[in-house]
Design a protein around this ligand. Sequence first.
Ligand SMILES: [Zn+2]
Length: 379
Amino acid sequence: MQEGIILDLGPFEVMQARFSGAAVQTHPDTLLLPGLINAHIHLELSHLGFLARRQQRPATFTGWIEEMLRERERHGATGSQVTAAAREVLARQHRDGVIALADIGNTDTCLEIQPGFPGVVQSYLELLGLSRAAAERSLAVLAGQDDSRMCTAHAPYSTHRQLIVALKERARRLGHRFPIHVAEPAVEEELVCHGRGEIADFLRRRGFWDGSFQPAGIDNAGSVQYLDQLGVLDSDTLCVHCVHVREEAIQIMARQQVRICLCPGSNRFLGVGKAPVADFLAAGLLPALGTDSLTSNPEVSLWREMHILRQDHPAISDRNIVAMATLGGARALGLEQDYGTLEPGRRAAVLAIAAGEVHDGDQVYPFLTDGRQKQITWM
Ligand SMILES: [Zn+2]
């Protein structure tokens, strides 16, 4: 490598002959892996980590949201406690082997912690508002943003269609990615297809329901079909979670070449179900992995996400799972020119992982996904 860029890879003798004057570092009993990509996290919720460390799981999805909002109000959404917790999580991500993250926030508070991170933090300002009045307030916030600030929508169940479209159009114009939570809880479909159910009741209770949400012409492909009708699905849209999507939705996703980010640890904690991972792979869509926030996941570790995915989907190969945490993430965030694989021309963000117990090639991927603590050094 030179100036942080990989020049070539190959057997030691071949590399030594080609780069005869180069300094040599040896790493015996070590696996080299590209830096991991965490394609979905909310750093600004890190100070509320106690929510997912409890034994008791939330009874309903909206119950969890309600509690999270209440605790956020109590503990504050900005300020030194928020940034201190976020800073600690971000530093831990790097120690744990993460080189790039997509961080979603509702405020600017975590922007100040990015400069210390040795990799890439793609930070998105997430806007929402399902009623017309709330959407208009968010549109005004959007209008005040500098073009360099990446902005995105929360979810189909929380964001007015006009706001979703405005956010996507802006992202398209500026060449930004567009991450959005899609089909995380089963109850989202009831709202999107029929305008009723647990989420509608929750929004009504909180005074966010003005009846302006009118699902039209959605049959059996739920949120994905809805977003497709809004014209916001393309290869720069990152659909996060995608738990409750069936064949028709996956066909749309494959046709539009959308990016997918799975969050198996968060899905397990919230009890929302398991994403149809094998169907995504069969449709030619390699998902990325994300931890989501500490409010819905007791740990934000990609090693743990890989392990949970393996437990939940024994038929998926360990090799594919590792590809999701590396190449899938790099593609999802549009960083594949720099990260995701070890190839000439990529950045030398290389993890050296102690692997004394790995004795042949077949053991490599099962070792990486076994969920046990890894001894990691950045090269
Ligand atoms: Zn999220």
